[in-house]
Design a protein around this ligand. Structure first.
Ligand SMILES: Nc1ncnc2c1ncn2[C@@H]1O[C@H](COP(=O)(O)OP(=O)(O)OP(=O)(O)O)[C@@H](O)[C@H]1O
Ligand SMILES: [Zn+2]
Length: 618
């Protein structure tokens, strides 16, 4: 009996045939990806492309069942293909060991070649990128994610539904500097201190301290305190120069666990309502650690005693010193070791240092295993959650294939928050402020090495009826504005307007009714042809189509006008001219959050609309 017949029987011949003729893309072959690939193969999708940039790690094996020990260090995409092909030899599979953001491999036409894209990723950046590419390529996207027991599946269908970026996403937790540096009260404060301050200052000065936020400090922390913190930081930086000395452990220990603590103790006001810390002394501890073996590092479930932490502190520092000595390249004064939860030398140092600090501040210590979870921001991945979510992805894809978008749902798996394990909400229309959904789109093809910004500008004005008052943003950077015309004579490629990138055109002019065009998002294709000499360069700039760009009220602009910061173009929705970028992206995020508050409770759990229903697998 052929493999196809059971599918026809359960899904109906028409859907089974559509599935068989569908070419789909799966991005990410990790926890969800392994489950999903198995489902897609067994459902009988005709052609499946798999992209993953990573290799198999030992820690993946407990849940990523397409991999075994012999696959460690091999490409996840290639191994996943190899294993899953055996489930259904009728399926054509193509694997890429690559980053999905590689525009030389995966351009818009490649994305367009798929019937559906499935995201099985683990990070915001890649998710947002695929979302944007799918919107530009007009390919439906099934987006999924899990954290512990919770999971969700979102169906995204171009301009018909919300996209991944229509709702702001939670930003990583940040802590007030003074809590981390002076008044820790939880183990997480000590772990962040050990990892992002102590370890970073000693070994990895390239590490951003993005987890610290000075603006969150309260009035209690006056300028004097901040000056003290700066002084402590400078002292630590100077210890970096002694890192290879034989007495480095003693110098570092006494600085951070004695001198700095004594200094804190001298600030009386700080300890009026808090338990005072206790300063430690290297020599005294040294005396009391005789006979303690370094083998304690292998016991990752035990909460180490102060003496055991002391031994691990010295031992891990010694290992890190040896690595620095071994790597020492006199030409490279910026030698660094980065914290990695899976790198035991770095983890042991952070576990020991954070626990010593916890003891100083009378905070309960944690085992190496638990500290690793905190330091790596890990919520344990649960295989069952991945399996349920991967199953829902496929069930939702059937609705997309049948063109039944009205029946598709945004599905939440929240076993601990609600009576219903699975809840499904209707898909919402796009957010009119979303910079990905609510734009006009086209593709522009030109010789990016020869066309100058001046030519491009002219072509935009001719084709779209723009006035001189437009603003151009490429990859989050302003490249042109009526008051910023320095780049006019430069080839566009030099300005970042290169093959596979997006260029945003923002209309800064108002018509008689006070309205301006919504943003135009152009996908750039490099075309080496430069056109005939008679017709001129400008005529060689070709648009895939000239969309009719709707207008919006300029009033709407005032809410969210921001020029992108750090290449994050989420906030580019209006012009820089209409309103100066005085608000920060964070403020924009919080104002949007307010708008969403009817739907979310304080913990971010979703409160369901009345018309929400149990997911129906029709
Ligand atoms: N830009 C990207 N291009 C291609 N694949 C990506 C990209 N970003 C992430 N991935 C892949 O997405 C997968 C996500 O899977 P998962 O969430 O299970 O993470 P993991 O790295 O396998 O496990 P863990 O993070 O728990 O150690 C990973 O295999 C990862 O390599
Ligand atoms: Zn959107």
């Amino acid at each position: 009996m052929s493999r196809e017949s059971p599918y026809s029987r359960s899904l109906g011949k028409s859907l089974a045939d559509t599935i068989k003729n569908s070419k789909v893309l799966m991005v990410g072959a990790g926890g969800i990806g392994c489950e999903l690939l198995k489902n897609l193969a067994l459902t009988g999708f005709g052609e499946i492309h798999i992209v993953d940039l990573d290799t198999v790690d030992l820690s993946n094996l407990n849940r990523q069942f397409l991999f075994n020990r012999s696959h460690i260090k091999k490409s996840k995409a290639l191994v996943a293909k190899e294993t899953a092909s055996k489930f259904n030899p009728h399926v054509k599979m193509v694997a890429y060991h690559s980053n999905i953001k590689d525009t030389t491999l995966f351009d818009i036409d490649w994305f367009k070649s798929f019937k559906i894209v499935f995201n099985a990723l683990d990070n915001l950046d890649a998710r947002r990128y695929v979302n944007k590419m799918c919107m530009a390529a007009e390919v439906p996207l099934i987006e999924s994610g899990t954290t512990g027991y919770n999971g969700q599946v979102q169906v995204i269908c171009g301009t018909k539904t919300e996209c991944y970026d229509c709702k702001p996403k939670a930003t990583p937790k940040v802590y007030p500097v003074c809590t981390i540096r002076s008044t820790p009260s939880q183990i997480v404060h000590c772990v962040v201190w050990a990892k992002s301050f102590l370890f970073a200052q000693l070994f990895d000065q390239t590490e951003e301290t993005s987890q610290f936020d000075e603006s969150m400090d309260n009035v209690e922390n006056n300028e004097e305190d901040l000056k003290t913190l700066k002084q402590e930081e400078n002292e630590l930086k100077s210890l970096r120069d002694s890192i290879l000395d034989s007495n480095a452990a003693q110098l570092i220990f006494n600085k951070v666990f004695k001198t700095d603590i004594d200094r804190l103790l001298s600030m009386d006001t700080m300890w009026k309502t808090r338990t005072k810390p206790t300063a430690l002394d290297y020599n005294i501890l040294q005396e009391s650690t005789k006979g303690i073996s370094r083998n304690i590092i292998n016991n990752d479930q035990k909460k180490w005693s102060l003496q055991e932490c002391f031994v691990v502190f010295k031992d891990s520092l010694h290992r890190l010193q040896t690595r620095l000595k071994f790597d020492l390249n006199p030409a490279d004064s910026l030698q660094t070791i980065s914290f990695d939860k899976d790198d035991d030398d770095t983890l042991d140092f952070v576990v020991a240092a954070s626990n010593i600090r916890s003891i100083i501040f009378s905070i309960e210590t944690k085992s190496k295993f638990d500290t690793k979870q905190i330091a790596g921001n890990i919520i344990p991945a649960i295989a069952t959650t991945n399996a349920i979510v991967a199953g829902i992805c496929v069930l939702e894809s059937f609705k997309v294939l049948k063109n039944d978008i009205e029946k598709a749902r945004f599905v939440f798996l929240t076993p601990k928050h609600h009576d219903k394990v699975l809840t499904a909400t209707k898909l919402q229309p796009p957010n009119p402020d979303c910079p990905v959904s609510s734009v006009a789109r086209s593709t522009i093809s030109m010789n990016t090495q020869i066309i100058q910004l001046r030519d491009l500008l002219q072509s935009l004005k001719t084709n779209f009826n723009y006035t001189d008052e437009i603003c151009l943003i490429s990859d989050g950077k302003l490249v042109y504005d009526i008051d910023f015309d320095d780049n006019l004579d430069r080839p566009v490629k030099d300005l970042g307007i290169a093959d596979g990138t997006f260029l945003t055109v923002i209309d800064e002019a108002e018509d008689g009714d006070g309205k301006s065009f919504i943003n135009l998002e152009l996908y750039i294709k490099h075309n080496p042809a430069i056109g005939s000499p008679d017709s001129g360069l400008i005529s060689s700039i070709k648009f895939s189509h000239i969309p009719i760009i709707p207008k919006r009220n300029s009033d709407n602009l005032n809410d969210d006008v921001i020029i992108a910061v750090n290449g994050d173009e989420r906030n580019i929705v209006g012009s820089s001219k209409r309103k100066a970028p005085e608000s920060t992206p964070e403020l924009v995020e919080s104002s949007k959050k307010l708008k969403l508050s009817e739907k979310e409770d304080k913990d971010g759990a979703i409160i369901l609309d009345d018309d929400d229903e149990i997911i129906s697998f029709d």
